[in-house]
Design a protein around this ligand. Sequence first.
Ligand code: URA
Length: 233
Amino acid sequence: MRLIRLIANLGYGSQRDVKAMLKAGRVTLADGTVLEDGAKAAHEDIRVDGEPLDPPAGLVLMLNKPEDYTCSTSDPGRIVYELLPERFMHRNPIVAPVGRLDRDSSGLLLLTDDGPLAHRITSPKHHVPKTYDVRLARTLSGEEGAVFASGTLMLRSENTPLAPAQLVVTGPDTARITITEGRYHQVKRMFAAVGNHVEHLHRAAIGGLSLGDLPQGQWRPLTQDEIAQVLGS
Ligand code: URA
């Protein structure tokens, strides 16, 4: 790909902006050799203002999303892109959230520019489990686990029952739930269906990948091994 397009697609600016950056000598090799329009160089050898280029297309990252951030590029409130390099929102293709995590929910959010991979993770056909820790408004009755595991629970205004979900009770009003679908506000609606209310929801894992010790508000790229863990492959 032409240098200008490569850099522009990474969100550094329009093709015009990047042309001006090249002219100004801001795009170089590691040894300082100035690159000109039309020059050929490997991604990892290119520097902008002396800094390595952002990761190439095919980026998959995890973010430990705090509450009060929306998975959107535009919202009157805070958005998850504020926690990432600003360029990521301007990349082509954009680095987009893989499924959504509600504004008032926290935890593991994956973002990628790889559309087919995002589809594999979110499509109910692939049964990638998502695990959430919930804190509830009321004490658990003890019957929720059987209801969620039944495969017959029907949410309001839906016409297909939910796939079986697994519940592990972790305290009088706390539990860990694992689902394989991603219906709208699914976990909150499941607890509403059994007469409770989710006060706080935290996604702990997607497939075999958990947040580990990634601090809240921080992100990092995933390794190929970690992507395989997400997919359970
Ligand atoms: N279920 C919900 O209700 N909210 C989320 O953010 C994720 C799953």
